[in-house]
Design a binder for this molecule. Structure first.
Ligand SMILES: Cc1ncc(C[n+]2csc(CCOP(=O)(O)OP(=O)(O)O)c2C)c(N)n1
Ligand SMILES: [Mg+2]
Length: 428
């Protein structure tokens, strides 16, 4: 076990007692998936980069809970099939996003496009453990969450191209991926907007089970959001409600240290986000978000806990985005040494190394997966490009605003009542 355990767990209500702070949450530590990619570089980064903002992080080493003796060897915690599924899913996320960048710069996509490169271990580590019935709520950085949840690459790419074959029939675009079939509840452009929606989804699952007596309903919701979102009031309101009603939800913070160009350490009075769970009676867990097996280990227990009816968990994944905030961001604010530190911890390369050194698969087997995935992504682009645009008649569908707001035409009637309005031939 490396000296740098990146998993810290703060027991519920432990803020009240220093003694309790040091006690492990019995249900978590042994499931945290071993000393998987621990190297000196696996050290939690706050300490490394605190100086960048001129601030230090209080108590970074406090409440570190790990039990090295109980951590099994990695091969005992993951099978070949599971490891290959994680690899394939992470590789799909990366390959898809790299293709998005190319297509965006070729003018195939419109509006803001936020890529997920570098953060794949978080999406994959959580979502691959979910059932089709479980729900995922994402942010504007949502393509990879959609893919991990099983939305076909074709439907995600076509949505990005604004085509009728997209998962929202071309009406959502990059920031609003949605699929009822896959229980992907969005894609939200406003930060924090998805957290109450996720809390509502978790409430509905509990209501169906306990009030409507649907005994087979034990669905879990996983809500993803960023560090910059945790200073938003909706986050705290939902922690309260989720704890109060013991909702089957996991709050997953993707702490990539930045909110556009604002450093997390500069913006946040208590930067260790995982510590914000216990004051609400929610276990808080911190995990190395560049290590998919660690994320997967923590996710397993947090999801199982929700499914058992024991309530929410707050998980902070320490991660990093390898590109700018969006494809419109030249990414000049973040320091080169910080970027180099994280690119050396690429979660996909780390899993590849792990799989090979633990004889779970050969290099050529992994290359076969990579080739297959690259073909899936190429096919998605061809499909999106050759798909038709949405018909004009779709223009006013799913629009909450009163179409009468479009005004009165020269004939004195509402423009939206002119049959030409949705055919593009009205005089507007
Ligand atoms: C309610 C609201 N306020 C402000 C914004 C503008 N905004 C877009 S992204 C962003 C930063 C969010 O950072 P974080 O939550 O860390 O997510 P990340 O982009 O790092 O994944 C902000 C403030 C917004 N989208 N919504
Ligand atoms: Mg962030």
């Amino acid at each position: 076990m490396s000296a740098f355990s990146a998993i810290k767990i703060l027991p519920t209500h432990s803020v009240a007692s220093h003694h309790h702070r040091r006690r492990r949450l019995s249900s978590f530590p042994s499931t945290c998936a071993a000393d998987l990619f621990c190297s000196p570089l696996a050290k939690p980064i706050f300490s490394s980069f605190a100086s960048a903002s001129g601030r230090s992080v209080r108590g970074i080493s406090a409440n570190v809970v790990s039990d090295e003796k109980q951590l099994g060897s990695a091969s005992s915690v993951i099978t070949r099939e599971e490891a290959l599924d994680l690899y394939e899913d992470m590789f799909l996320g990366r390959s898809f996003e790299d293709m998005c960048a190319q297509m965006y710069y070729r003018g195939k996509m419109f509006g803001f496009v936020h890529l997920y490169n570098g953060q794949e271990a978080v999406s994959t580590g959580f979502i691959r453990l979910l059932t089709a019935r479980d729900s995922v709520v994402s942010t504007y950085r949502d393509h990879v969450h959609a893919l991990s949840k099983g939305v076909p690459a074709r439907a995600v790419m076509a949505e990005l191209f604004g085509k009728a074959t997209g998962c929202c029939r071309g009406q959502g675009g990059s920031m609003h991926m949605f699929s009822r079939e896959h229980n992907l509840i969005g894609g939200f452009a406003f930060i924090g907007e998805g957290i109450p929606v996720a809390t509502g989804a978790a409430f509905s699952s509990k209501y169906r089970r306990e009030v409507l007596k649907e005994e087979t309903c034990n669905d879990v919701t996983v809500a993803f959001f960023g560090d910059g979102t945790c200073n938003n009031g909706q986050f705290f309101e939902c922690l309260n409600m989720a704890a109060l009603w013991k909702l089957p939800i996991v709050f997953v913070v993707e702490n990539n240290l930045w909110a556009i160009g604002m450093s997390h350490l500069r913006a946040t009075s208590e930067p260790e986000i995982w510590k914000k769970g216990p004051p609400f009676g929610i276990p808080g867990v911190h995990v190395d978000g560049m290590d998919v097996l660690k994320v997967w280990g923590v996710a397993k227990e947090a999801i199982a806990r929700a499914r058992r009816g024991e309530g929410p968990t707050l998980v902070e994944c320490e991660t990093y985005r390898f590109r700018g905030h969006s494809l419109a961001d030249p990414d000049e604010l973040r320091k080169p040494d910080e970027k180099a530190h994280y690119s050396s911890r690429d979660p996909i390369s780390a899993l590849k190394k792990y799989v090979i050194t633990h004889n779970l698969a050969t290099k050529s087997e992994l290359q076969t997966i990579e080739k297959k995935i690259n073909e899936v992504v190429e096919d998605a682009v061809e499909f999106a490009d050759s798909s038709p645009p949405p018909p004009r008649s779709q223009l006013l569908e799913n629009v909450f605003a009163d179409p009468k707001g479009f005004g009165i035409g020269p004939d004195g009637k509402y423009r939206c009542e002119d049959p030409g309005f949705t055919q593009g031939t009205a005089q507007v």
